[in-house]
Write a protein that binds this ligand. Sequence first.
Ligand SMILES: NC(=O)c1ccc[n+]([C@@H]2O[C@H](COP(=O)([O-])OP(=O)(O)OC[C@H]3O[C@@H](n4cnc5c(N)ncnc54)[C@H](O)[C@@H]3O)[C@@H](O)[C@H]2O)c1
Length: 355
Amino acid sequence: MARKLGFGIIGCGMISEFHINAIGELSDKARLVGITDTVRDNAERLSSRHSGLYIFDSVEDMLASRDIHAVCICVPSGYHADIIYKAAAAKKHIMVEKPLAITKEQLDEIQRVVGENRITLAVVSQLRFAKDINRAKYAIQSGELGKILCADMYMKYYRSQEYYDSGAWRGTKRLDGGGALMNQGIHGVDILQYLAGEIKSVFAFSKTLARKIEVEDTLCASVEFESGAIGVIQATTSVYPGYPRRIEINGDRGSIIIEETALTRMDIDGHSSEDLTFRPAFSSGSSAAMNISGDYHTLQISDFIDAVREKKKPAVDVIEGRKAVDVILAIYKSAREERRVFIEELNPKPNKHYC
Ligand SMILES: NC(=O)c1ccc[n+]([C@@H]2O[C@H](COP(=O)([O-])OP(=O)(O)OC[C@H]3O[C@@H](n4cnc5c(N)ncnc54)[C@H](O)[C@@H]3O)[C@@H](O)[C@H]2O)c1
């Protein structure tokens, strides 16, 4: 496909700005055709901030346009699935914000409709495009750390009550799908599995300790990886002032620590300290939702465009994108039922049985 990919953006809130900027930076292969929002004022505000973007009257109106080849879905998480079904039926390619969806039933149905309609769907997991994260992945895959024994994700963020009150969907079961873990912690869960491999089972505690919301603001889980390694997933949005998310991976020959997207410590058996990487961590989204870098959205949307044009898999397709949600849903189930839960209970692997 030599022509530019025509994009529409659905949902004109906070994250839509990142998609607009990314498409603008990729103007050699992409074109923003228009935007839409159920709240007309939100679309008009966004349009005026970007020198008059075209506003479609509705999602249906946008999906009917032949100039639209792909949509970026930037609406509250609980609406992702319904819009994916519509866009897939209209044969539009889809870049959907995280989380892909918030229930097992939605995830299964998305997997079905995407396959049936033969469209490309990518889930925003922008941190996978950070250089240091990929340096860490290389260290693990090439055996620099030896056998991986422990892999942990600690996210101690701060979101005020005002943050949760700023949108009627925030902190609700139906539309946020969960709290600290489903909304903010999902990035860390995704990167933890990207680096240390798939999680096999979990055991969790989940509480709402400080905010007036329906979902958890503080959670902790023990996790077991398919490889046999064990670890911790901790997610809170209630601790002041909020600290950079830490991912620690420890092997029998070396260890790495990542703070947000920076590799801040790397200790490898037999290497002198000059070889080690130390960089100051930046706070990123630890205390404010807007403080995230737009660079990774640009890299991931570029990967999505290439996947559509070259008819290949995007870096984070449905299968990859649902992995973090499967783990999060297993963690919620474990906390509710006060027992160890296997990921296979939510997403059975073909030809494998669990008792
Ligand atoms: N990748 C990241 O780092 C990141 C960061 C923030 C948010 N997000 C995700 O982006 C999504 C949106 O979050 P946000 O913070 O931009 O929310 P927001 O509340 O700021 O904006 C959502 C917009 O969607 C509109 N909307 C709601 N239902 C709609 C529908 N059916 N059709 C069209 N428009 C509709 C709302 O009117 C609103 O303007 C969420 O799923 C969130 O998890 C991702």
